[in-house]
Design a protein. Structure first.
Length: 275
């Protein structure tokens, strides 16, 4: 069944819309800026599509229709190439199973903060690594601490502008260096095997003394209220009503005991009459 009249999407500009039954759309929208802009967008959209319904009314031939189709195919190819060139780069694939990562539980904020701190510490440590010669932790007392010339400085001399906190830190580091086994300074100090063994025995004695001191200062364990704590922990909880009742009875007993008073009116010890 063929329709009597097919209304085109694009109106023919050659037609004169001066008939009384028809109104000029532009004249109706002359006082409305937003509606004029919308009409302009619609007209541009209508010019950019293939108006299939206007083929009969405009009298397009088969070849003209095919030319129009080829034009729009070319436009689509150009648009596809433009979109493919402007396409943003894909994110790197961090996992081969992204669905499992998305379905997993969220990482807690505390874990993220801890990982960030560890990464910051690692980055700071790596950035401070430099190719320096190995220096002994314990300085050799036999070496002359005075500078041989003006270009050398004494490493142990404190600068005049060093604060008290820095001086205290230096003292702590020196004491720590004297109380540890400096493995890196064995070769530089020229220690013999028996000296190294004597140093090891000294530290073993110190460790024994420290272990005894720590064992003596061990806190007293809590009193054991039961010989089978696992059964107490595995048992059912006491109802709140029972706890409340026991608390009331204990309060009554404490009140009664606190009210007990001894009022001695007569002699408690009476001498018996001996015949």
């Amino acid at each position: 069944m063929q329709a009597d009249y097919v209304k085109p999407l694009i109106s023919d500009p050659s037609l004169d819309p001066t008939n009384g039954s028809e109104q000029n759309t532009d004249s109706l929208l002359s006082n409305h800026t937003d509606e004029q802009a919308l009409l302009a967008i619609l007209q541009q959209t209508a010019l950019s599509i293939i108006d299939v319904s206007a083929v009969v009314s405009q009298g397009l031939e088969q070849r003209e229709y095919m030319d129009r189709a080829r034009q729009y195919s070319t436009k689509l190819e150009v648009l596809n190439k433009t979109l493919s060139q402007n396409k943003p780069d894909l994110f790197p694939s961090l996992t081969s199973q992204p669905h499992q990562v998305l379905a997993a539980d969220l990482v807690t904020y505390a874990d993220i903060q801890q990982v960030s701190k560890i990464a910051a510490y690692a980055y700071s440590a790596i950035s401070q690594i430099k190719n320096e010669e190995v220096k002994p932790l314990i300085p050799d007392p036999n070496l002359d601490r005075k500078p041989t010339n003006g270009s050398e400085r004494n490493a142990d001399s404190l600068p005049s502008n060093r604060t008290d906190e820095q001086a205290l830190l230096t003292t702590i580091l020196q004491r720590t260096a004297l109380n540890i086994i400096d493995v890196s300074a064995v070769d530089s100090q020229g220690m013999e095997q028996h000296e190294y063994m004597d140093r090891a025995r000294q530290y073993s004695t110190k460790l024994e003394v420290l272990s005894r001191t720590l064992s003596q200062k061990k806190p007293v364990p809590l009193p054991s209220l039961t010989s089978q704590p696992h059964q107490v922990l595995a048992a059912d909880l006491v109802p709140y009503a029972d706890v409340q009742q026991v608390s009331k009875i204990a309060a009554y007993a404490y009140s009664a005991i606190s009210q007990i008073k001894v009022d001695a009116k007569e002699e408690l010890v009476v001498q018996f009459a001996i015949p």
